[in-house]
Design a protein. Structure first.
Length: 115
């Protein structure tokens, strides 16, 4: 079973930046589109950014121009660089593959944007 460990969250002021990392227990990037999701309290899980096998990236309208997804297969890691953060970005962030069955979700990493 593939394990995904997400880290890098924290408390940041509006306008600040954070970089999240998602480390896989094995190299899954050759076969999977990897997605960063987030879930705010009381809200459904939202797709934020994705990167496919060919390296093509997509973003939700709410983060386009502010977030960047990138990966390093040798390090079995996908990152989410987040800039110009605002309070609406506050959520628990997860990574997973886009297809079913999903890998285990894990606990995610909390991002809180507040002054």
């Amino acid at each position: 079973q593939v394990q995904l460990v997400v880290s890098g969250g924290g408390l940041v002021q509006p306008g600040g930046s954070l970089r999240l990392s998602c480390v896989a227990s094995e190299n899954i990037f050759n076969f999977n589109t990897i997605v960063w999701y987030r879930q705010a309290p009381g809200e459904q899980r939202e797709l934020v950014a994705s990167i496919n096998v060919g390296g093509v990236t997509k973003y939700s309208d709410s983060v386009k121009g502010r977030f960047t997804i990138f990966r390093n297969g040798a390090e079995k890691t996908v990152w989410l660089q987040m800039s110009s953060l605002n309070p609406e970005d506050t959520a628990v962030y997860y990574c997973n593959r886009v297809t079913f069955p999903r890998f285990s979700w894990g606990q995610g990493t909390q991002v809180t944007v507040s002054s």
